[in-house]
Ligand binder design. Sequence first.
Ligand code: NAD
Ligand code: TYD
Length: 368
Amino acid sequence: MKNILVTGGAGFIGSNFIRYVFDKAGFKGRVVNLDKLTYAGNPENLADIQRKFKGRYAFVKGDICDFKTVAGVMKKYKISEIVHFAAESHVDRSIFGPKDFIETNIHGTFSLLEAARTIWGIGNREPGVGNRGSGKFRFHHVSTDEVYGSLGKTGKFKETTPYDPHSPYSASKASSDHLVRAYSDTYGLPITISNCSNNYGPYHFPEKLIPLAILNALEGKPLPVYGDGLQVRDWLYVEDHCAAIWKILKKGRAGETYNIGGNCEMKNINVVKGICAALERAVPARHNKALGGKKYSDLITYVKDRAGHDRRYAIDFSKLKKELGWQPSVRFAGGLAKTVDWYLANPGWVKNVKSGAYRSWLRKNYTR
Ligand code: NAD
Ligand code: TYD
């Protein structure tokens, strides 16, 4: 049986990826999810998978920074493929407290790389002899378009765009990308890297723009728009992202980077207005007592801008399309409607995720 190690699988994209692997990719092996359960990790995201795929899904609570833990999991489960999501992922948090970003995103990635090359025996090759693990192993590193910095009015990020990160988050991800590439060039570790744009969809922790705005609007709370709201992001539905990662894991060329984008550039203010429109269709404001007679769009509130705020991101994913035949399938209006419906259909998840007491109980007590 093939065993894949997914790090950070209890987070937003990681849990969607594990669900995709079991439900959509036709995978017959085992997934081991190594996650520290920080504030962003929630094992409830995979409760159904845990029930349905007993024996083929294993959860290990642990820190990727701890080499012994990682090496122990890799040996115990005879891991041959790693998909590395685990990270501190929120730009605003990185501005107020960068330390955890340096720890997890840089040191954590380093400890995973060391465990992979040691246990797979790849670093033992003679200098200059590229064995790349003879195709048996693969280390896929999930990264972000934010490493490329900020675009002007035109142009898109290509895989060859020079790195120019501006936040502690993007700088820490850039460092981890460089380390991953260095392990390929120096030791022949069979790696791939993907740099993708902003994701949205189910199980998104409500500190990021889209889930925050959906839940605030439903409760009649302000919808904070940073600065002038004219910053542009390229939105990617999370399941499309998972399909792209699966393709890269299975068919991507070792040593390569692939950009993943949604072909969906939107100004932040239009995203928030889109959320208001989607909510108006699902729960008309006149039926929502929390609004006290207001419209959803009345809640939009311009606030102080984020420090070092990148103006525009856009992704050129033509390499992935040409080499592996991937392109996004979900358009923004449809993806947003599905996302709104998911939050409305899962009030229990929302309540738990917002309850500090429940979350710290989970962190302490959840071990399976
Ligand atoms: P998330 O914050 O929702 O989840 C991160 C997960 O990693 C959590 O389950 C957390 O408990 C776990 N984790 C954190 N530190 C850990 C540690 N030291 N050891 C083990 N587990 C740890 O993040 P996400 O939005 O799902 O992002 C996943 C990956 O995708 C990240 O690497 C992020 O940089 C990248 N990415 C995200 C986006 C996006 O729009 N969300 C876009 C581009 C790239
Ligand atoms: P976010 O969801 O935090 O993702 P990222 O910083 O990784 O792009 O933010 C998306 C965009 O929305 C970004 O330009 C910042 C902006 N933003 C707001 O305007 N208001 C908010 O409350 C948040 C969280 C983000």
